[in-house]
Each structure stands twice: as structure tokens, then as C-alpha cells.
Design a protein around this ligand. Structure first.
Ligand code: ADP
Ligand code: ZN
Length: 307
């Protein structure tokens, strides 16, 4: 039933907002993008867009919000739906979900941007039919979302896969890292801005044979090794601006295989690494489609709790 219901989605990113109205990837009726500025400006922009679109296409069944974080994704917590402790000016302690819910009077699904993207890939993209997988983004920051046994993983707050510590050979790579909390954690060493700081050039301006890519694949492979051994994902989807380098997938798959060294005895890893570590199938729309998927999930959860 819910395939035909109309939903709203908000991808709340650190640099831009994307809002869409639709039922799924084949049926996005309208989309709008604007730069992330302040909650006072951005939230009314979202609300005005949904009001306008529902006057054209009809009422929205629910709205999903996939947000940069940290966020509170626990429905029973006092700060559910908030962006919580972000250093981003103006956004700390912002009740995003509450503001949208009150203005539009619709149910709101809310989660991290990466959990949203994971859910979108599960419903329509590269993770269909799986119940345990992870979605990573390697961009301005590094983040990971996870579905474990069919449920999005939240736990204490939500995973922060970008901030795991990594072995750091200071002689081979004297770059100290740029995470304000940890220095040389994964995000500190391998995010887009880390590449730019280390090599004094943006990733998009480095040629494919530059040593940056071997080092980048090295750090990402160490991280994937840890995630594979911790969560036993059936697949790993890796997106984000940095992965727009197509040869990086080849390097990454090879280094993960080398690092695991035959220990994880499954054909998915041993023989089919090309379909084990994959790009997102939803491409540039993964973020906002993830938000639509959160809206759809919110509706399904609500109808399940009435049964
Ligand atoms: P965000 O993380 O802000 O949502 P992106 O996922 O697009 O945005 O990531 C932006 C980062 O990706 C920037 O640091 C940029 O330098 C880097 N980037 C963008 N395009 C490429 C490319 N073709 N190759 C390598 N790095 C890229
Ligand atoms: Zn960190």
C-alpha cells in the first residue's frame, strides 16, 4: 500500500539541504536544493516547499528527515528529532523533526544522514534483500550507517564509524590528521579535506596515478577490515565525493582482500569482492531518497504498532 502514498523527504546536509516529494526513485515529483545556513532560514524553506507541493499533488502521508549529526534518533527520548551537539554555528540543540511535525501536522521519521541513505539503498538500491550491511560516506566527513538484522542501528546514540582510530605509520605518512577531537582517526586521515590538507590539492584535482590514492585506499581498507570483523556485514556500500574516483574501488577491494588475508571464509569476500564492496545504486539522489525511505518506514512502523 505504502508504495503509492506520497511522502516528503529532507536531506539535511552540512553544506546543502535537499527536499523532495514523491513515492520512490521512479516517481520524484519535485525537488529543491538550497545551501545550509541557519535553522531559522532553512526550516521555513523546507516547510514552504512541502506546503506548495502538497497543494499541487495532495497531502503528504509522512515526512522523513535524514540529518547531519550528531542527532538524537531515539523516539522516546526528550530530545528525539534534535540535532544535538554539533559545532556547526547555530545548529546545536535544534529540534528539526519537531518543527516540521508541528508546522505540517504529519508524522515525521528522523535519523542520521547515513542511516537514511542505508535505508534508501535497502529499499530501492544496492542493499535490496539484505538484512545486515553498512553504508559509508567518504566526503567532507566520514560517516557510517548500519542495518543489523533488519533494523537500523542506533545503540547508545548512533554509530560514529568515521572516528575509529587507525594504525598510523608516521614515517610513511607524517600528516597528523585533522579531526579536532582525535587528530589521526579515520575521518582525520581520509576525508576529502584531509586529502586536501595532506597534498595541498583537492581530491578532484589529483591524477589517478598520484600516491594519494594508494594511501587513501590503505586507510579505508583498514577501516573496512575492522567493520567486517565487528559487524559481519553482507555488503558494504561506499559513497561520498571522494569515491567519485573510480580506480579507488579497485584499490580498496584489493587492499581489503590483502588485509583480511583469507580469514573471513565466505565466498562474498573471497570470490565476489566486486559485489561485496560497491558504490551506492541510487547515486546522487541517495541522500534525499533515504529521507523518503525514512518517511515510508515511519508510516509502516505506525501501522504495525496499531495491529
Ligand atoms: P558532503 O560530504 O559535504 O556531503 P561530498 O560527499 O560531495 O559532500 O564530499 C565532498 C568532498 O569530496 C570534498 O572534500 C571534495 O574535495 C571531495 N571530492 C569531490 N569530488 C571528488 C573527486 N572527483 N575525487 C576526489 N575527491 C572528490
Ligand atoms: Zn575523530
Amino acid at each position: 500500500m505504502s508504495q503509492t502514498l506520497l511522502y516528503g523527504g529532507i536531506e539535511a546536509g552540512g553544506t546543502k539541504f535537499v527536499c523532495a516529494v514523491g513515492t520512490g526513485p521512479e516517481d520524484v515529483r519535485a525537488e529543491i536544493r538550497f545551501p545550509t545556513t541557519t535553522p531559522e532560514e532553512n526550516i521555513p524553506q523546507c516547510i514552504a516547499f512541502f506546503r506548495e507541493q502538497s497543494s499541487i499533488y495532495g497531502a503528504l502521508t509522512a515526512v522523513g528527515i535524514a540529518s547531519f549529526g550528531p542527532v538524537d534518533p531515539h523516539p522516546h527520548a526528550a530530545t528525539y528529532g534534535y540535532i544535538t551537539t554539533t559545532p556547526k554555528p547555530g545548529w546545536a540543540n535544534t529540534n528539526v523533526a519537531g518543527a516540521v511535525q508541528q508546522a505540517l501536522d504529519v508524522p515525521v521519521g528522523f535519523d542520521t544522514d547515513v542511516n537514511g541513505a542505508a535505508l534508501g539503498e535497502w529499499r530501492w538500491g544496492a542493499a535490496q534483500g539484505l538484512d545486515t550491511f553498512i553504508y559509508l560516506t567518504i566526503g567532507t566527513g566520514i560517516g557510517g550507517g548500519a542495518m543489523i538484522n533488519g533494523r537500523l542501528l542506533h545503540g547508545l546514540i548512533h554509530p560514529e564509524m568515521g572516528h575509529i582510530p587507525l594504525p598510523h605509520d608516521w614515517q610513511a605518512d607524517p600528516f597528523p590528521g585533522r579531526c579536532p577531537y582525535h587528530g589521526d582517526c579515520l575521518e582525520g586521515m581520509a576525508s576529502g579535506p584531509a586529502i586536501e590538507d595532506r597534498w595541498q590539492k583537492k581530491g578532484q584535482d589529483l591524477p589517478p596515478d598520484h600516491p594519494a590514492w594508494d594511501l587513501e585506499a590503505h586507510y579505508l581498507a583498514l577501516a573496512l577490515h575492522s567493520f567486517i570483523c565487528t559487524l559481519s556485514p553482507q555488503r558494504i556500500i561506499v559513497g561520498g565525493g571522494v569515491m567519485a574516483q573510480p580506480h579507488l574501488f579497485t584499490l580498496l577491494r584489493q587492499k581489503v582482500t590483502d588485509s583480511l588475508n583469507g580469514y573471513v571464509q565466505h565466498t562474498a569476500v573471497l570470490e565476489n569482492i566486486k559485489t561485496y564492496i560497491v558504490p551506492p545504486a541510487l547515486g546522487a539522489h541517495a541522500g534525499v531518497l533515504g529521507a523518503l525511505a525514512l518517511a515510508q518506514q515511519r508510516t509502516m512502523d505506525a501501522s504495525a504498532s496499531f495491529q
